[in-house]
Design a binder for this molecule. Sequence first.
Ligand code: ADP
Ligand code: MG
Length: 237
Amino acid sequence: MLDVSGLNVSYSGIRALQDVSLTVGQGEIFALIGPNGAGKSTLLNTLSGIVPAQAGQATFEGQNLLGMPAHRIARAGLIQVPEGRQVIAPLTVRENLELGRIASSGRGGSELDHVHDLFPVLAERRNQLAGSLSGGQQQMLAIGRALMGAPRILVLDEPSLGLAPVIVREVFDALLRLNREGLTILLIEQNAKLALETARHAAILEQGRVVMRGVAADLAHDPLVVDHYLGRAEDPV
Ligand SMILES: Nc1ncnc2c1ncn2[C@@H]1O[C@H](COP(=O)(O)OP(=O)(O)O)[C@@H](O)[C@H]1O
Ligand SMILES: [Mg+2]
């Protein structure tokens, strides 16, 4: 469904991604894991048409993404939930959701009902300003806004960041439900344990390069992964 191969991206000569290749299959959750500064957001922003690539290919359902303007990529159905949520603080919950509809290009229909069903708190607080929501509610709003665009693949940048474990569980249960309903998800995470538990396939990015890839459950038992990503801090999630 999404194929990336040999992708190179630099910021004014400084290499952020080097020869990155990965494939996200229809209907799966694919996790891209890596430490701070590895290039995870750069990959997402390249796929979304925000950051240009110097070399390589990225195709989504047969369409070449590189060089395509961001709004057309969103209309094609690749929709991102950006790092740090980026909800529009002075607009209401409902207004933020309506903004997300712009990307849908007529594909949409009953997204609002679906979003309210997934996150009832967004219905309860429809007239509240987004800036006054808790971090977890803002993350739900950011996901809801993306869903309003009727995505064919949802790309999330560190959705667990800064959230309490119980809220993280709620957000990830919602992602699992969306996936059971058929949505393809590319999940970018620093929380390797959580991501490997959630995804079917995964890749690990370090300093702009994919250093490991495979079935998520296998990676979770790989001694190198355990040593570098799972072994240290006690992870309450
Ligand atoms: N707009 C930018 N200009 C210059 N360098 C950047 C920019 N964005 C990111 N970088 C650099 O690219 C590398 C990868 O960053 P990023 O993709 O944000 O990593 P991650 O999301 O994995 O934390 C880092 O070294 C970062 O400093
Ligand atoms: Mg990032």
